[in-house]
Design a protein around this ligand. Structure first.
Ligand code: ZN
Ligand code: ZN
Length: 354
């Protein structure tokens, strides 16, 4: 197998930028946090906190060094297998329809409403155009080909989830009618780009839009978009309730949050759960689940069906790009669950749930 040293693949410039970012994280956050609230444990003095584990993040410099000095197998540049989207089906949805557009972007069509999760549909997800994670494979459709979107839900501010160029195109695509539901602290960012109809939410807050009810839920993660904004905006997932209950986990490590979500909001018909960006575990465990934990979340939520997201599109971690589905199959077998409860989708594929 052809090997290559990863630091050359990603480029020195990106590495320098990321290191500067982390220096920035250390020196940022001076003064009292705008959302600090002694009555809300996740509203800390210097930023938002997780409910269950706020251990210090492992050394990112150690991880960079490890990557720098390790050879990795070459990834297939196609990433996740891709098929063309059935555009006609999207215009005439039946039942609950879910179409995976790659990474964490899932088009959810339910009760006459079109909802899109974390549309990072650009070729690169990064603060700069010349570096940062680049798309593997092609987008299965263009934004202009999407049905008119009623709601976009955003899980958190990381660039592979909150992609401003995609959001601006979507805003124009539906003539400014799309509602954007974002975690606390992100509204100002979207509005600064001319996007209107933005509402922001704390954990367990929500709203009704048309036939659907949306609730923002906790997750075990963090966020930052610049040198000085670590955890100054919130992160989480979304429960979408209509004729079916659909849960979108966003990015998360494993925590008791998912048992809490089941206790408060009930069983899930379809859960969209991340399965990629888990390696190395010593670094990623606090922020990204692995396949075994994804299966545990499926169980915690009492989900009838789970669909994997957050894999095969942007390289964010050390595991091979197309390894997550294999690990998911192994984890399902280990848990004595049929593969059909957590089936791997192709990018562009549509699933219909009656
Ligand atoms: Zn993230
Ligand atoms: Zn992510």
């Amino acid at each position: 197998m052809k090997l290559r040293v990863k630091c050359y693949r990603n480029g020195m410039r990106l590495r320098m930028i990321l290191m500067l970012f982390n220096v920035g994280f250390l020196v940022g956050c001076a003064g009292t946090f705008k959302y600090y609230d002694a009555n809300l444990p996740h509203h800390g003095k210097t930023g938002f906190l997780n409910n269950y584990d706020n251990s210090p993040k492992p050394s990112v410099l150690k991880w960079y060094w490890q990557r720098w000095t390790t050879s990795f197998p070459e990834d297939d540049p196609a990433g996740a297998p891709t098929i063309p989207v059935d555009l006609q089906a999207l215009q005439n949805p039946e039942g609950l329809m879910l179409t995976w557009l790659g990474h964490s972007a899932m088009l959810v069509q339910m009760d006459g409403m079109n909802v899109l999760t974390d549309p990072a549909l650009s070729d690169r997800v990064s603060p700069v155009s010349f570096a940062g994670p680049k798309r593997y494979g092609k987008l299965p459709l263009q934004i202009e080909q999407l049905p008119a979107l009623d709601v976009v839900i955003i899980s958190h501010g990381h660039y592979d989830h909150l992609d401003l160029p995609s959001l601006k195109k979507i805003y124009d695509q539906n003539g400014g009618r799309t509602q954007f539901l974002v975690p606390l602290g992100n509204k100002v960012l979207l509005e600064s780009e001319g996007i209107k109809n933005v509402r922001e939410f704390d954990w367990w807050q929500g709203t009704q839009v048309g036939a659907l009810n949306f609730t923002f839920t906790p997750a075990q993660h963090w966020t930052a978009r610049s040198l000085f904004d670590r955890n100054l905006t919130l992160w989480g997932g979304w429960m979408v309730k209509g004729s079916h209950q659909v849960f979108f986990a966003g990015d998360t490590g494993y925590s008791k949050d998912f048992q809490d979500i089941y206790q408060r909001l009930g069983a899930v018909d379809v859960a969209l759960i991340p399965i990629g960006a888990y390696s190395p575990r010593w670094f990623m465990q606090l922020q990204h689940i692995d396949a075994g934990e994804a299966v545990q979340i499926h169980k915690d939520l009492h989900a009838k069906l789970s669909l994997p997201v957050h894999w095969g599109t942007f390289k964010l971690s050390d595991e091979p790009m197309n390894e997550p589905p294999e690990k998911l199959r192994e984890a399902l077998q280990k848990a004595n669950l049929p593969l059909s409860v957590f089936p791997v989708m192709k990018r562009g594929e549509t699933r219909i749930v009656k």
